[in-house]
Design a binder for this molecule. Structure first.
Ligand code: GLA
Length: 326
């Protein structure tokens, strides 16, 4: 039998060893659009995991394929053991896997799931994303409820579908919204596609402006898309052509600063609501899972899908607090 003293000493040594090891752990967190508040929040929560566990977090913004390649080489050269990435283009999948392997780096994706040459997801790469269809349905249902509340006749309502169809999660989100809207009696022929060239507000504004100009006879408008930026772009476009807030219902997805700022404005805008998703789970939990993989050889789950909660001007503080993000 080991004496109590021996056990205490052994565990003290183990503790010191793991603390020393944690200091050697370096994890990359690469995002496609560093200026977007959602990604700033993901980084913030990943930092929290780094502080708690004592590892180093390397944050890199990479908005195209070339930057992703050099980011991965850079992490390899710095002696990182793994990284989490939200890619600028999911079709880079096989190339990213090869680069990670060549640099001996463990790989996890967040938000946007990598696809292979056949367009199917690379199921071996652990991924955390949102339940895109379901969250899209929440968007559609909340818009439909507000249309009813405002007493609009469905035939007088046009929809701006701000789209980014090369990204599967974007397609699922808008399709979810459309399914819910149609179920509530929305007319399919009144849905107009506004393809954005990039997933930011400016690109969405340009895309939505084209739709609004083409259909200037429409009485009331609704808008939905991939994220808050997409819907904010559509709302800004509606304002620029003189559509008043009470003739626009936009519901986004995200709930980060860009949406919250909208709710803080003294009077309501056409940005009616947002489905708040959790940057804490996407940042903190992915970083923690990567750490466990590196330090304790505990492989993360292959697929985790997170949920969302609708928030509007009047209740966003409560919803955020409930999600632990304030
Ligand atoms: C995509 C979008 C982001 C954010 C995340 C959430 O990456 O571009 O704005 O919505 O999904 O998973």
């Amino acid at each position: 039998m080991r004496s109590l003293k021996a056990i205490v000493m052994a565990s003290a040594i183990a503790l010191t060893a793991s603390a020393a090891f944690a200091a050697d752990v370096k994890i990359g967190f690469v995002v496609k659009q560093a200026e977007e508040p959602w990604f700033q929040d993901e980084w913030k929560f990943a930092e929290q995991a780094a502080k708690e566990k004592g590892f180093t977090l390397v944050k890199i913004g990479a908005e195209d394929g070339e930057k992703v390649q050099s980011a991965i080489d850079n992490l390899g050269a710095q002696g990182a053991q793994g990284f989490i990435i939200c890619v600028p283009d999911v079709k880079l999948g096989p190339g990213i896997v090869a680069k990670a392997t060549a640099n001996d780096l463990k790989l996890m994706t967040v938000d946007d799931r990598l696809v292979g040459a056949d367009g199917k997801p690379l199921e071996d790469v652990p991924h955390m994303g949102i339940s895109a269809l379901k969250i899209g349905e929440t968007v559609g249902q909340s818009i439909a409820a507000e249309i009813k509340k405002r007493g609009w006749d469905m035939k007088d309502v046009g929809a701006i579908r701000v789209s980014y169809d090369q990204l599967p999660t974007a397609v699922d989100r808008v399709e979810g919204a459309i399914t819910a809207l149609k179920a509530a009696g929305f007319l399919a022929e009144n849905i107009y596609d506004a393809p954005q060239a990039k997933t930011d507000t400016e690109a969405a504004l340009n895309a939505a402006t084209t739709v609004l100009n083409k259909h200037s006879n429409v009485k009331h408008w609704i808008a939905f898309g991939l994220n808050d930026e997409a819907v904010l772009g559509a709302v800004r476009a509606s304002e620029s052509v003189g559509i008043s807030a009470d003739n626009m219902i936009g519901v986004g997805i995200g709930g980060a600063e860009s949406a919250i700022n909208e709710f803080k404005k003294p009077s309501a805008t056409g940005f009616y609501g947002t489905v708040i998703i959790s940057p804490k789970r996407h940042g903190y939990e992915t970083a923690l899972n990567m750490y466990e993989w590196i330090a304790n050889n505990k492989e993360p789950e292959k697929l985790i899908l997170t949920s969302g909660s609708l928030a509007v001007r009047g209740d966003y503080e409560k919803v955020r607090a409930g999600l632990g993000i304030e």
